[in-house]
Design a binder for this molecule. Structure first.
Ligand code: AMP
Length: 190
């Protein structure tokens, strides 16, 4: 089944997606990771995406849609997958529904991880030191949080209206949050 994982930067979305994928035996599709890989490889797409990523802005929809369509074309998604970092705005949510309708794998569930803002800022500051991600500097983090609240937060409503949204408390240990996410999955997915 197709599961969408939502949450602000620093909510632990990437870590939780990886753990859930391991538990469910399905691939983890992270648009942030796919984009960082394209940048490392120096591909045309990577070159075009980099300046947006460095500024904490969203990469233009058509570039990310190309990437996600290519990834969803691979065989390993047939038995389900977790999308991490996509969709990031309403246009992407609608585009995703169209792509998935074509392949016959509609989104079954959207899990939203909720974490309060002070905790997020602390976590991102720690990640900047530990992982050295260039988009974790203070000014860029502030912009990523702004982009999240303006463009990505409405995506939760999109799934809420379709009765696919489950919110999960993202405070506490990685294991505790993972257990909550796992239990929030609809029947038939575990
Ligand atoms: P993430 O690893 O998910 O935090 O993504 C890192 C950066 O990649 C974001 O700040 C954006 O610049 C870009 N990015 C990742 N996913 C998307 C997306 N779905 N749409 C546009 N930009 C994205």
């Amino acid at each position: 089944m197709a599961i969408v994982l939502l949450g602000p930067p620093g909510s632990g979305k990437g870590t939780q997606a990886a753990l859930l994928c391991e538990r469910l035996g399905v691939p983890h599709i992270s648009t942030g990771e796919l984009l960082r890989q394209a940048v490392r490889e120096g591909s045309e797409l990577g070159r075009r995406a980099q300046r947006f990523m460095d500024a904490g802005e969203l990469v233009p929809d058509e570039l990310v849609l190309d990437l996600i369509e290519q990834r969803l074309g691979l065989d390993d998604v047939r038995h389900g997958y977790i999308l991490d970092g996509y969709p990031r705005n309403l246009a992407q949510a609608e585009a995703l529904d169209q792509v998935l309708a074509r392949v016959g794998l509609p989104v079954r569930c959207a899990l939203a991880i909720e974490v309060d803002e002070n905790e997020i800022i602390g976590r991102l500051a720690r990640r900047a030191t530990e992982e050295g991600r260039s988009d974790d500097s203070t000014a860029v983090v502030r912009n990523r949080l702004k982009v999240y609240s303006e463009q990505t937060a409405p995506v939760s409503d999109y799934y809420r209206q379709r009765k696919l949204l489950h919110t999960v408390d993202g405070m506490g240990s990685v294991e505790a949050v993972n257990e909550r996410l796992y239990r929030a999955l609809p029947d038939g997915s575990t």
